[in-house]
Ligand binder design. Structure first.
Ligand SMILES: NC(=O)c1ccc[n+]([C@@H]2O[C@H](COP(=O)([O-])OP(=O)(O)OC[C@H]3O[C@@H](n4cnc5c(N)ncnc54)[C@H](OP(=O)(O)O)[C@@H]3O)[C@@H](O)[C@H]2O)c1
Length: 276
């Protein structure tokens, strides 16, 4: 399995399994297909599916990487601590591989979101120092949210998770995280299916003899971004994993990077959700 090394030396798989609305049965399938990184969140309500799938398949806890997130309503020092202890209970383990702040602000009205982020981060740093978390992350943080953390942190973030797929590749944020040595992960790397019928994606799928989904995931991989696709059948899980095995040439990468905006989810940390 191809891997990525984070700025604190932790090595993780180059692709993970996304668990938002995943069916419990998909996890055992994903383990059978070789997935070893699971992206869940307290908000998803399914952290408990992981120990169940490990038990079912006989894969050991230490062979997998588990990432979870602190939800908006649990931010702050005490909230983060309580959220993390519930997460460990659900996961039936005594450590998490990655813990992230899910969104940089709980609501748009909160003016002092910077202080709240820092308090949450301080709790995560304490847990990291105690060896209860192996890497720290930020989810849906744009560069200016992250600057706040970087200017005050004891432990620098290892991971940043963003919506990322052809048509919404957030070039400025990607370049920023590259410069800072923070690994970007792609949420909705398939644009939840919204981008798969695009003309360019279809053309490249034909050219490289792959599927439209593989073009999207291959695009992430070649940008150095870790995709976290969610899928519900062994065929799709296998197909998605195979994105690590082909290469898109430079010219086509540039075409994908510069295609017109497409398939945005409508979620943005500084806007009311747009219903598309
Ligand atoms: N940090 C955040 O705020 C945030 C937000 C959203 C998502 N995420 C994370 O990112 C993960 C992935 O994002 P997502 O679930 O929103 O969307 P996604 O992975 O882009 O798309 C999932 C959808 O694509 C389908 N699919 C899977 N493989 C396919 C293939 N090869 N060809 C065609 N369709 C395929 C799936 O169907 P089936 O399941 O029916 O196979 C599902 O409907 C989430 O599960 C979650 O872990 C994080």
């Amino acid at each position: 399995m191809r891997t990525l090394t984070l700025n604190n030396g932790l090595t993780i798989p180059a692709i993970g399994f996304g668990m938002y609305k995943s069916e419990p049965g998909s996890l055992a399938m994903a383990l059978e297909e070789g997935y070893r990184y699971f992206d869940t969140a307290s908000y998803y309500g399914n952290e408990g599916d992981i120990p169940q799938a490990l038990e079912q398949t006989g894969v050991k806890r230490e062979e997998v990487f588990i990432a979870s997130k602190i939800w908006k309503s649990d931010m702050g020092y005490d909230g983060a601590m309580m959220s993390f202890s519930r997460t460990l209970e659900n996961l039936r383990t005594d450590y998490a591989d990655v813990l992230m702040i899910h969104w940089p602000r709980p609501n748009l009205e909160l003016e002092d979101w910077k202080a709240l982020d820092l308090e949450t981060w301080r709790a995560m740093e304490d847990l990291y120092s105690q060896g209860k978390i192996r890497a720290l992350g930020l989810s849906n943080f744009l560069p200016y949210h992250t600057e706040n953390i970087l200017s005050h942190c004891r432990v620098k973030p290892q991971v940043a998770q963003l919506e990322f797929h052809p048509g919404h590749a957030q070039a400025f944020a990607l370049e920023y995280y590259r410069r800072k040595g923070i690994q970007v992960q792609a949420w909705s790397p398939l644009g939840r299916g919204r981008v798969l019928d695009d003309e360019l994606i279809r053309e490249l799928a034909g050219k490289y003899h792959v599927t439209p989904g593989q073009v999207c995931l291959g695009f992430c991989v070649q940008e150095g971004v870790m995709p976290l696709p969610k899928a519900s059948s062994p065929e799709r899980l296998r197909e998605n994993m195979a994105c690590l095995e082909f290469a898109i040439d430079d010219r086509d990468m540039m075409r994908l990077e510069n295609m017109p905006p497409l398939g945005w989810s409508g979620e943005h940390p500084d806007r009311e959700r747009v219903k598309l």
